[in-house]
Design a protein around this ligand. Sequence first.
Ligand SMILES: [Zn+2]
Length: 353
Amino acid sequence: MLITLGPNRTYGGCISLKKDNLCKIQIQMKRLIFILSISCIGFLSAGATTFSVKDEKKPGDDKKAKAKREDTTKQVVNCETLTSNSEDEAIDTAQILFPSHDLYASWDTSRAHPYNFNEAFKDDSVLLVLTHPEDCGFSMPVKGGITSDFGWRRYRPHYGTDIDLETGDSVAVAFDGMVRMAKYYYGYGNCIIVRHANGLETVYGHLSKIMVEPGQTVVAGSVIGLGGNTGRSFGSHLHFEMRYLGQALDSEDFVDYSKGCLKSNTFVLRKADVEHKYDLRALRSRHKRDVGLARASGKGKAGGKAVKGVYRVRQGDTLGAIAKRNHTTVKAICKKNGLKPTSVLRLGQKLKI
Ligand SMILES: [Zn+2]
């Protein structure tokens, strides 16, 4: 493990390190810096965030964050500065930075999804650069067929894509990044979450074995665990999620599972798509509300038929219309119900047909 993390924090929290590990960390930070310097170009091209943010930020701090994300020139300078300083200076632990540091402003190693997309995402859309064209910054987590798609299941939303595997099969990280969480976590079972430089997080669930630790830098394709059947799982498979600021996205919009590659090197995430496609709970409640409204409006319309020889009068009904729909005559209805053709019908009145 390269970095020992202190207590877990939520929004606005900072990262602290254990004092007795400080020397060890300083040595290991140099290794981290070396790795960072190698992967710097890849990280930056993938929309990497700044490498020298000291101030804590809140999710609403989007103008500043956006400005930093767009200022790639500054990012290059920061990266070079950090690398050269590492030769002769001890690293200020406050400068330990994580992928998409400014976007998230928190690094939580204990909770899977502490972020609120609607709170943090203020723009209409964002361009996500997934890989650098000149490197192979993507790897299929596991080669296997899809057994369950992203979407609503009978009783609950399914925020990932299930990929078939055998217990013990190697599971690889999809993109370069840093492990944020690696532990047993409720229905996910043994679960690893990796933060990437472009702001995406990938989730690997139901593993039989976890082979990485929080803070560890990983490169696309490196094995991070073994597939399994832990947590809420019925049969060995990998539950694979892609998220942005906590919002689950359909990985099939990014990955061509039949070919084993990305569909594109970039992805535009629109807030409208989240509302209409990815926010499963909101979609579900909208659907329920629409169905309820349709049923409610249906109640007020004329046009029903008799059930077991009895018809209940609805708004807009007339004896003639009821007779026609039920293949009888006004005279027959009047006779059975002691009515006159001119009788006024009441809403809900039961008529023998
Ligand atoms: Zn799943």
